[in-house]
Design a protein around this ligand. Structure first.
Ligand SMILES: C[C@](O)(CO)[C@H](O)COP(=O)(O)OP(=O)(O)OC[C@H]1O[C@@H](n2ccc(N)nc2=O)[C@H](O)[C@@H]1O
Ligand SMILES: Nc1ncnc2c1ncn2[C@@H]1O[C@H](COP(=O)(O)OP(=O)(O)OP(=O)(O)O)[C@@H](O)[C@H]1O
Length: 299
């Protein structure tokens, strides 16, 4: 018997970052939107914990115990006092180290899949608590849709979304390390007064209305200057998308994937074609949002 879970990528439509905390993390006002790019995580009983991965970026995914999917299975098994004797297979379509929470998606997916396979009976609240232990982005991968993340991003409030938003994503030639981008944020912030992060009411209103023009006017990412400082060529990708008619262009989370909000599916194709031939990125994808959170496909 196997269980397969489908789990979405995210884009941060607002990422307000506060000053570094004593524990090294940063308080956030993090408005997550799940987008229709997915990984699929399949778990099958095995003699011992094993991870395999397929997909174009599979060679960049660690297959040892550091894989977030393996850590998720281990965390649930430990709570139940059982061995995590499972083969985890990841069909990966979310870019690796791209700022789209690909590893987090696999963590949430493996957790839900193992809870189903082992009939472990963890409640939604227990699953969310395990997700928060695994990483700041992992709870949102479980929940999907749209949500405001506070604290280090793990404390979620579900948000209303009044329509479908169309996006184009440009994958970069190399990845960016999330801790390195936060470190660069701290370096750039040195000597500045960093305000408490708060969610933008204009942005929440735009999401609720499903209004792409209002959302485009309100999107923001406090990590973008840090990502551009570490990866200056991303400015060319952002400019190419804007020239091609995107309503808004921003770095997705810690980057280096760049995200382009467009008016409709037709415009998405046009902007994707222009970005694809611009020579400023490795690969281009279109996706709509919001997408559901981790979902059991077959058990
Ligand atoms: C940039 C975002 O993707 C936006 O959604 C997230 O904030 C990052 O979430 P994540 O990849 O799940 O990050 P974690 O695994 O929790 O933390 C990795 C590292 O990122 C930094 N980090 C992360 C979240 C946060 N609120 N403050 C931080 O400073 C810390 O250096 C931490 O050691
Ligand atoms: N299942 C996984 N898939 C991809 N990377 C993983 C996984 N588990 C652990 N990693 C490690 O995590 C690093 C970050 O990968 P990931 O794809 O999650 O980045 P990201 O999308 O930028 O994350 P985020 O948006 O949450 O900050 C990788 O370089 C890899 O070493």
């Amino acid at each position: 018997m196997s269980v397969t879970v489908r789990v979405p990528a995210k884009v941060n439509v607002q990422l307000a970052v506060g000053a570094a905390r004593a524990d090294g993390f940063h308080d956030l006002a993090n408005v997550f939107l799940a987008v229709g790019l997915h990984d699929e995580v399949t778990v099958t009983p095995a003699d011992e914990l094993r991870v395999t991965c397929e997909g174009p970026d599979a060679d960049q995914v660690p297959l040892d115990r550091t894989n977030l999917a393996a850590r998720a299975a281990g965390a649930l098994a430990e709570r139940r006092g059982i061995e995590p004797a499972v083969h985890i297979h990841i069909a990966k379509d979310i870019p690796v180290a791209g700022g789209m929470a690909g590893g987090s998606a696999d963590g949430a997916g493996a957790l839900l899949a193992c809870n189903t396979l082992w009939q472990a009976g963890a409640s939604r609240a227990e699953l969310l608590a395990i997700c928060a232990e695994l990483g700041s982005d992992v709870p949102f991968s479980l929940v999907g849709g749209a949500a405001l993340g506070t604290g280090r991003g793990e404390r979620l409030t579900t948000l209303e979304v009044g329509g479908t938003f169309h996006w184009v994503f440009a994958m970069a030639e190399r990845g960016l390390s999330t801790p390195a981008v936060f470190r660069e944020f701290d370096r750039l912030a040195e000597g500045l007064d960093i305000p408490e992060p708060v969610a933008s009411q204009e942005l929440l209103g735009a999401l609720a209305k499903g209004d792409p023009d209002a959302l485009a006017a309100a999107v923001s990412n406090d990590l973008q200057p840090a990502a551009l400082s570490l990866f200056p060529e991303l400015a060319d990708t952002l400019a190419a998308g804007r020239t091609a008619g995107a309503l808004a262009a921003l770095v997705s989370g810690s980057g280096p994937t760049t995200a382009f909000l467009v008016r409709d599916a037709e415009s998405a194709v046009k902007v994707a074609e222009a970005l694809g031939s611009s020579g400023t990125c490795r690969k281009v994808r279109t996706a709509s949002a919001p997408a559901p959170g981790a979902t059991v496909l077959s058990a």
